[in-house]
Design a protein. Sequence first.
Length: 59
Amino acid sequence: MNDHQTITSFVVRCALIDVDYKTMKKQWRIKVSHVQGEDEVVVTDLDDAVEFMKRVIEE
């Protein structure tokens, strides 16, 4: 068993910016903040938010 535990935390805030009522496609503003560091990113796609978190975790 590993006695050394590493915790990495993120705060993810999603704000709906716009809706295209023809297609019902939603436009989001997603802000991801790394709690233990000072890194943060603002993206419009959830996949980009996950990629940021993966990069931080893999450092």
